[in-house]
Design a protein around this ligand. Structure first.
Ligand code: NAD
Length: 325
């Protein structure tokens, strides 16, 4: 498949692995890139900018294909030196960055001067148009189905993608709810130039998380996610475990929820312990509705080849025969 995404990013297949806290390490990113997609290292998973430089170096030893770094700017428990992470990305010679969470405008002069292509993740059309206006090269349009932070508008990709196709000039990825060849074919049909997948890549052999977590997502249905932080206007879609249910319960109580009331339950370090130990009620973890479509744990190479093959079959055969009948 050749699209504006494969051309701009210099990759073989129009499939990008989204930034994921604790999951986007060199091993997964290089596996996705080696399989012909675009792997992404998650910047803030590294405790310091120096560690990020080391992780990027390690990824370069594992692949000679393009890969990117994600920089997410959202509320955090500890302050993050974003400028230092951005500088580490530039100093490492990275040529593609995925930004998310907030308007990336303050970082664009630095990235553009370094010849970096910026993909900004947006959960609305207005933010996508703004990203185009300020000079982002591509957007990742993140529908309400997505894992992590879907924003506060609750618009699904069936509406967002055709709107993005009508209004944007720059290429865009469909993100949220994508996990198979049907999704890729549908995203292309709705005007996207490729797809971004997070949750689906968590359930691969190379994802650095405990087998229990992967198996839980294989067993899950499309009903097994929860929306937390709604009351704080920092909504996140996470796997529906006992901790997520406690957070929702606290938020539904009368009166205003303070972040302090839920912080012990949701802190990122607990999520990391959950991924390492396989104790599924240790904390929370981001997961999208696409868990309902996931029923195996393939390698990244098997997954990407299968998705592309299925999408090509749908386009050439099922859709082709529909119009030629
Ligand atoms: P953390 O331990 O600092 O915080 C845990 C969670 O609480 C995060 O979801 C964070 O957004 C939220 N949070 C923190 N302070 C808050 C406040 N004052 N009000 C409302 N919510 C608050 O975070 P972490 O697990 O180390 O993750 C680091 C960053 O990566 C966070 O900004 C997180 O949101 C982000 N992240 C993004 C995605 C994604 O979908 N792109 C997925 C996972 C994490």
């Amino acid at each position: 498949m050749r699209t504006r995404v494969t051309e701009m990013l210099g990759i073989e297949h129009p499939i990008v692995q989204g930034g994921m806290q604790w999951v986007g390490l060199a091993g997964l990113a290089s596996a996705v890139s080696n399989a012909g997609g675009l792997g992404i290292i998650t910047g803030l998973t590294q405790p310091t900018p120096e560690d990020l430089i080391k992780e990027i170096d390690q990824c370069r030893e594992m692949t000679d294909k393009p890969f990117a770094v994600n920089l997410t700017i959202l509320p955090t428990i500890k302050p993050v030196p974003y400028e230092e992470y951005a500088q580490a990305i530039v100093d490492s010679g990275i040529k593609i960055v995925e930004t998310a969470g907030r308007n990336p405008e303050p970082f664009l002069p630095l990235f553009k001067e370094a010849g970096i292509k910026v993909i900004h993740k947006c959960t609305s059309i207005r933010h996508s148009l703004k990203a185009e206006k300020i000079g982002c090269d591509m957007v990742s349009v993140d529908g309400f189905e997505c894992a992590g932070h879907p924003g506060e508008d609750d618009v699904t990709n069936m509406i967002l993608l055709p709107l993005a196709a009508r209004r944007l000039k720059i290429p865009f990825l469909a993100s949220g709810g994508l996990g198979d060849g049907r999704g890729l074919a549908a995203a292309l049909a709705m005007g996207a130039d490729g797809i971004n997948m997070g949750t689906r890549f968590m359930v691969t052999k190379e994802a650095p998380i405990h087998e229990n977590v992967k198996q839980k997502m294989v067993d899950a249905s499309e009903l097994d996610t929860s929306l937390i932080y709604r009351s704080l206007r920092n909504t996140a879609r996470v796997f529906k475990n006992s901790v997520a249910e406690q957070v929702v319960e606290i938020e539904s109580q009368d009166g205003e929820t303070r972040f302090e009331d839920i912080q012990p339950l949701v802190q990122g370090v607990k999520g990391r312990e959950l991924f390492d130990s396989g104790d599924l009620d240790k904390g929370i973890w981001s997961a999208g509705m696409v868990v309902g479509l996931i029923d195996d744990v393939p390698t990244c190479d098997e997954l990407i080849s299968r998705i592309v093959r299925e999408a090509e079959e749908i386009i050439n055969e099922r859709l082709g025969s529909t119009v030629s009948a």
